[in-house]
Each structure stands twice: as structure tokens, then as C-alpha cells.
Design a protein around this ligand. Structure first.
Ligand SMILES: [Zn+2]
Length: 442
């Protein structure tokens, strides 16, 4: 009996010693790591720097579309408090020349295989399906969650053993390389031609794409613009679907026979490539640059090009956008109502056709077709900072429909928005342009 008691006491003493030793060791490691982090924090201000924390995790933005500021790392995660090391990374979007706040961010993580990290934002900077991520160098993207989430300011990610490099973004990233990859399949297509609209402020080619019958003169013309706001990448996937439908689908032979399309895939090319917010850029953004003299090269060139090219035949102008990340109107596909100076009749006609004919997965809700003037953000103060492209183009001689689409980044009334179904929605947009033109011109 005595021997047994002695054994229990000795075992207990041994366990306490081991625990104290382990605690001391952990504290020492945490202290060491904190010291290293403190030294490295100085470098965090420059988002282009490759940032290293103490577990060899690297976060960087050294790619097209990259954008993040790492504020600090810490071991105070409430979700992983049992882990003593720096598992929590506080990040925020790099606003650059944005007036006020905005939410675009995109970064790459390496050196985190087989570990779990927790990423925290200072506010709601995630869409309802969490971050989009890609572990194949941006070829395919996934949303982190399958169901709509309410918690929009942080996420945890467990990196698999082969996840040596993972991209995280507010939504599936789309830059020039994606468009080049897409459009290269049409290189020998006789209906399509590529031109330069202008050279951007930072020396990049801002392309304009024409789709027109190689022999016939067009009866009508249509202009499609995208990325007036650099960060609104989901619209680019829909644009791909629209272009493919016009070029490939037997159903749209009428468009190929009768309509000349002018398409500008990246109005704010520098913003897209550099990972800018673009929205609310100071002194005003590209889509508020249509009052008086335009200050950006692309918007100035676009105005000149449209006036010279339209020839009284421009019937449809569609400007493609994404709204804010979450909230009532921002999680519904919708079009933007004109102010009191113009009726919404033609927009309404277009949207009614779209609703009736659409075949893609992403559905429109009849209650949310058009964000009427005076509702939500569509109020006088929004209009005071300069004319939208849509307002300007609606004054071009002969035009019947000038419209502005808002396609959600992530969530369309509970439907997950993906590159695939956004492309199908783009096809529905092309279908509606054909039907609208045929109906209107009868
Ligand atoms: Zn926009």
C-alpha cells in the first residue's frame, strides 16, 4: 500500500515537473517568436514585400491583382487558443488612393502546408461564402464555405500537405492573363478583331475588341464595357460568357449577321493589374469620369471612339459591374435605375426579357430587377461626383438602351456565384440583347 502511494506521489511530481518544463519551453519559444515578429513588423507597411512570420508562412502580393496589408501576427486567436504560436494574422485591404473604405484584397500564402492559420480583418471584408481560394495558381477557384455565412470578418484555413502556394481573394481573381487565355481560343475566328483603345497612364494597352461580320455592314451596334471599377472581377466572367455566346452559339447567328460589338474588357486596366480598389479612386473613379473633360486616358478615348464609331447605329450599351459585398441589394442581380431625368422603360423592357428567357443557373428575382432612383445607394449624393458611363452613353444619337448591370461577387439570393454560372449568365445577357433588338426594331 505504502509503495503504491509513494509511486503515485512520485508520478505526480514528475508530471508537474514535465508540465513546468514544457510551459517554460513554450513561453521561451513564444518570446523568441514575438521578438522576431516585432522586428518584422517594420516591413509590414509595404504590401509588395514578401512577408515572413515565424512559422515560415509567407504572405505576398507580388502578382497581378495582389492587394493586402498584414498588420500583425499574434497568438491570441480565440479559435485556436490551444496553439501557442503565431497562428493568427491580422490583415486589411490596401486602400491606396481610395476615398473612404473599400473591400478588395487578394494575397498568396506559401510555406503553410499542413498547418492551420486564422485570418482576421478589422471589419466585414468577406462575402457570404467566405474567401475564394485557389491552390492551382489561379486556374480554378473555390469558395471556402458551401452555405451563406453571417460572420464576414475572419476565416480559418487548414492547408493540405500539398498546399505549398494558395491564393486567397475576395472572389475568383480575374486579370489580363485570364482574358488573354480566354480570347486566345478565338485567334483565328474571322468575326473578332483586337485593337488598342489607348495606352494607359502606366503604359499598358487598353484593348478594344470588335465582333463584326467580316463581309457585311452591320445594321446595329452594341457597346459592352467592364471593369470601370477595377475590383469588380465577377463581371469579367459574365463578359466571357457573353462573348462566347455571340461567337460560338448557333442561336445567335442573327447577332453575328446584324450587329457590330465594341467591347472594352478593362476600362481601368492599371487598376486591375495592380490590384487597386478602383472604386472611389480620388479625385473620382473611372465610372464618374463622364462629366466635362475626362481625366483618364481610357475614358477619354472611349468617348471619342464611340462617337466616331457609332454612326447612328448604336442601339445597346451595357456597362458591367459588381455591387458591394453583402446586404439586401448587393446580393441580388440587378440593374441600376436612372435618375428622375430619364425613364427606366427600356431597361425595364430588357430586364423583363432577361427574366423570361434566362436559362442559366443564376436567377433574377422580379422584386429586384431595377434599383430605382432614390433607393439604397442610388441616391442624389451618388450622382454628384460625376456622370456614369451609362449616363453619358445614353446621350449618344440613336441609342435605345443604356444599362448598368450589378452582378454580385459571391451570393445571389442564396445562390453561390461561380465563374461557371457567371459565364452562363453572360450568355443570357447576349440572348437578351438579340431578343431585345429584334423586338425593338420590328
Ligand atoms: Zn462598379
Amino acid at each position: 500500500m505504502k509503495q503504491k502511494q509513494l509511486f503515485i506521489v512520485l508520478t505526480a511530481i514528475l508530471m508537474v515537473c514535465m508540465s513546468l518544463h514544457a510551459k517554460g519551453h513554450r513561453e521561451m519559444m513564444v518570446r523568441e517568436r514575438e521578438m522576431i515578429v516585432k522586428e518584422e513588423v517594420c516591413g509590414f507597411g509595404n504590401p509588395a514585400d514578401r512577408i515572413e512570420n515565424t512559422q515560415n508562412i509567407h504572405i505576398d502580393t507580388d502578382f497581378f491583382g495582389g492587394n493586402i496589408i498584414v498588420e500583425r501576427t499574434s497568438s491570441t486567436s480565440t479559435q485556436y487558443y490551444e496553439i501557442f504560436f503565431n497562428d493568427t494574422i491580422s490583415i486589411r485591404p490596401d486602400l491606396r488612393d481610395t476615398e473612404g473604405d473599400w473591400f478588395y484584397w487578394c494575397f498568396r500564402v506559401s510555406g503553410a502546408a499542413d498547418q492551420t492559420f486564422h485570418f482576421e480583418f478589422p471589419g466585414k471584408y468577406l462575402g457570404s461564402f467566405g474567401p475564394a481560394y485557389s491552390n492551382d495558381n489561379g486556374k480554378t477557384w473555390h469558395w471556402l464555405y458551401n452555405k451563406v455565412q453571417k460572420k464576414l470578418n475572419d476565416f480559418s484555413f487548414t492547408f493540405g500537405e500539398d498546399d505549398h502556394e494558395v491564393y486567397f481573394c475576395i472572389a475568383p481573381l480575374y486579370t489580363q492573363a485570364d482574358f488573354d487565355r480566354f480570347i486566345s481560343q478565338y485567334e483565328s475566328n474571322p468575326y473578332i478583331s483586337k485593337h488598342s483603345l489607348t495606352i494607359s497612364e502606366k503604359g499598358r494597352n487598353v484593348e478594344e475588341i470588335h465582333i463584326s461580320h467580316p463581309q457585311k455592314r452591320p445594321k446595329y451596334k452594341a457597346v459592352i464595357t467592364c471593369r470601370h471599377h477595377a475590383c469588380e472581377m465577377t463581371a469579367s466572367y459574365a463578359l466571357e460568357g457573353l462573348i462566347s455566346a455571340v461567337l460560338d452559339e448557333p442561336d445567335y447567328e442573327w447577332l453575328r449577321q446584324n450587329v457590330d460589338f465594341l467591347i472594352v474588357p478593362f476600362v481601368d486596366k492599371d487598376g486591375v493589374e495592380e490590384g487597386d480598389q478602383g472604386k472611389n479612386r480620388r479625385p473620382h473613379d473611372h465610372n464618374r469620369d463622364y462629366s466635362g473633360e475626362s481625366i483618364y486616358k481610357s475614358t477619354k478615348a472611349l468617348r471619342e471612339r464611340i462617337l466616331q464609331w457609332s454612326d447612328g447605329k448604336l442601339k445597346v450599351a451595357l456597362d458591367m459591374h459588381c455591387p458591394v459585398l453583402s446586404g439586401r441589394w448587393h446580393e441580388n442581380i440587378h440593374f441600376v435605375g436612372f435618375n428622375e431625368k430619364k425613364p427606366d422603360n427600356e431597361q425595364q423592357k430588357y430586364v423583363n426579357i432577361l427574366y423570361k428567357r434566362q436559362k442559366g443557373e443564376l436567377r433574377m428575382n422580379p422584386e429586384n430587377f431595377i434599383l430605382a432612383y432614390g433607393t439604397d445607394w442610388n441616391v442624389p449624393s451618388t450622382w454628384s461626383n460625376g456622370n456614369f458611363f451609362r449616363e453619358w452613353v445614353s446621350t449618344v444619337e440613336g441609342i435605345s438602351l443604356a444599362t448598368s448591370l450589378e452582378l454580385p461577387y459571391a451570393n445571389n439570393e442564396g445562390q453561390m456565384v461561380t465563374p461557371q454560372n457567371a459565364r452562363l449568365f453572360g450568355k443570357d445577357l447576349a440572348d437578351t440583347i438579340q431578343f431585345y433588338m429584334q423586338e425593338s426594331m420590328k
